[in-house]
Write a new protein. Structure first.
Length: 388
């Protein structure tokens, strides 16, 4: 049996320019998720930790940040757990690579004579972990954009130096029309032809796994979301490779290591009395680790006046991030419509006729704008004061 912990896309040191004052806090959350991943590896007594690229968000990091990472890897060394790292597309192994600037192996107290910490590079494409009866392979390029697929021509089925053959790639699995411009792309056909027992992937921030031919592959996803819409991030993978009576199997278990949670809420506009009531209802979900996505739907009563920006502003201190979208529609006129000879009757008939035409023509956005105009017109013609 071989037990792996697979992580990737930690993106330590990310700037998060879009988060403003929360940027520093989010960087600490990412490091906390990395620490939780190391905790998990030690607690589960895995054999090897695989970090499949983009451990760092860029090659420009202060020494203290690298030292923090090395201290965590040193914990693995002390627990006699091996670690294998590959560069990604953010911490690419180019001339300015962070892995050239700092000897991560030595900083983590792994000596040249042991295999406790290994960074695979263009010159070091594999490591034979004899104590684990495993070989870990990776094709690493010295440029961000790969000159070819890192799995092109890779076939290790005949390598009998160890029982287990594990691969690592930081790149996208080919999806026609979606990954054509990616820096590193592999195909499922190439994965199937490798002869690997397991392929650990990085680059996609959402956890997912599957099979290509006989080869099981997985994206660990980011252990803490890098962008606050990545609701499949926040995990590390425990991977168990077993051989029983000559039959091999690979099982993958997702474990939560990140703190961020996500919740999507739909609120029927017909159930909302006032904006203040809605804000109080949402504030009851307050959680500094929660990304709350609120969508107001249904038909909105004429007297209900909502400003999503104001609601977001009131709730922002209570959540990691909150988004409020008003997708509700003002009601059409209920009951009998006044005579067409009156101003009110002529207005309602004219606007509702145009709304019907637009909705029949699938011009929903334009119809929605006219529904707003209809609502405001009804209120004004009824003598109500309306804030514009």
């Amino acid at each position: 049996m071989l037990r792996l912990l697979h992580t990737a896309d930690v993106h330590l040191g990310a700037r998060h320019a879009d988060l403003g004052e929360q940027a520093a806090a989010q960087r600490e959350r990412q490091f906390a998720a990395f620490t939780a991943t190391i905790d998990l590896a030690i607690r589960e007594r895995v054999d090897v930790v695989l970090i499949a690229g983009d451990l760092f968000d860029s090659n420009t990091q202060p020494r203290r940040s690298v030292e923090r990472v090395a201290a965590q890897l040193e914990r693995l060394v002390a627990a006699r757990i091996r670690t294998v790292v590959i560069p990604g597309t953010h911490d690419v192994y180019d001339r300015s690579s962070i892995y050239r600037a700092y000897d991560l192996k030595a900083m983590a107290s792994s000596t040249p004579d042991d295999d406790f910490v290994t960074v695979l590079t263009p010159d070091v494409g594999e490591v034979h972990l004899r104590a684990c009866d495993a070989i870990v392979y990776a094709t690493v390029f010295p440029t961000k954009r790969a000159p070819r697929s890192p799995l092109e021509g890779v076939s290790v089925a005949a390598d009998r130096r160890a029982t287990w053959r594990v691969g690592m790639v930081h790149g996208a699995i080919a999806i026609p029309g979606r990954t054509d411009g990616d820096d590193v792309v592999v195909t499922k056909e190439q994965i199937a032809a490798t002869g690997l027992d397991f392929l650990a992937l990085g680059h996609w921030h959402s956890t997912q796994h599957g099979k290509a031919g006989p080869v099981m592959f997985a994206y660990a996803g980011a252990p803490e979301p890098i962008a606050l819409d990545q609701d499949r991030a926040g995990k590390a993978l425990l991977v168990t490779l077993e051989e029983v009576s000559g039959a091999r199997s690979v099982s993958i278990e997702e474990r939560v290591v990140g703190r961020t949670t996500f919740d999507k809420v739909e609120v029927d506009a017909a159930t909302i009395r006032t904006q203040a009531d809605l804000a109080r209802q949402l504030a009851a979900r307050a959680d500094p680790d929660l990304v709350l996505d609120v969508r107001i739907v249904g038909v909105r009563p004429d007297q209900l006046d909502l400003n999503p920006d104001e609601i977001e502003g009131q709730l922002r201190p209570s959540f990691l991030k909150v988004r409020v979208r008003d997708a509700s529609l003002p009601a059409l006129t209920e009951g009998a419509i006044p005579s067409a000879e009156t101003v009110v009757g002529a207005f309602i008939r004219d606007v509702e006729g145009r709304i019907a035409e637009l909705e029949a023509g699938s011009q929903g956005a334009e119809a929605g704008e006219l529904r707003d105009a209809l609502r405001l017109g009804r209120l004004l013609l009824a003598g109500h004061e309306v804030a514009l």
